[in-house]
Design a protein around this ligand. Structure first.
Ligand code: ZN
Length: 183
């Protein structure tokens, strides 16, 4: 039982209805990137390492990507939801754009919200950028996948900026399929 859910009037039923999976808070984190304003974006070491390689590969192709948000604690997520409730938003409306505390991929230290210069952060128009096109083609090579495409089964809005690291090593899943195809 997640004590935050009661406090935020989010029912276990609404969680179950969406098929949301609990996300454990990461314990081992490192700096993945420091913003110009000094904000430190944390990820688990494997995700941070993969992020740095992804970012460098993008840059080599003339694409600049940067992190807007990475690790977020369960407590911080609860604060975000609380603030939205206090502003008068309904629970339903909040859960369309925001994971309940305990259910955000950002807790795991594997998820990043990305942006590129000239693009408004956390807006669907990100999918019109060259950076997004690059991610679609290349992010998988670094183990990063788009979590919330249009029509995702969890009832979240389309989030072209949200990518999550899934441990794929270069030369694992995709290449294994390639090998199979040629076998
Ligand atoms: Zn996100």
């Amino acid at each position: 039982m997640n004590p935050h859910l009661n406090a935020l009037a989010i029912s276990e039923e609404s969680i179950a209805a969406r098929g949301l999976r609990a996300c454990k808070e990461a314990t081992e984190l490192e700096s993945a990137e420091i913003e110009l304003d000094g904000r430190d974006h944390l990820l688990i070491p494997s995700a941070a390492e993969a992020w740095r390689r992804l970012k460098a590969a993008a840059l080599a192709d003339g694409i600049t990507l940067f992190i807007v948000s990475a690790f977020r604690s369960v407590d911080r997520q609860a604060e975000i939801v609380r603030r939205k409730l206090d502003s008068g938003m309904s629970t339903e409306a909040i859960l369309a754009i925001c994971a309940p505390p305990g259910f955000s991929e950002h807790h795991t230290g594997r998820a990043v919200d990305l942006s590129t210069p000239g693009s408004q952060p956390l807006e669907a128009e990100f999918d019109q950028t060259a950076a997004y096109a690059w991610l679609q083609t290349n992010a998988g090579r670094f183990g990063y996948r788009l979590s919330y495409p249009v029509g995702n089964p969890w009832g979240y809005q389309y989030e072209p900026w949200h990518w999550c690291f899934h441990d794929a090593q270069p030369g694992s899943a995709a290449d294994a399929r390639e090998v199979q195809r040629h076998a």
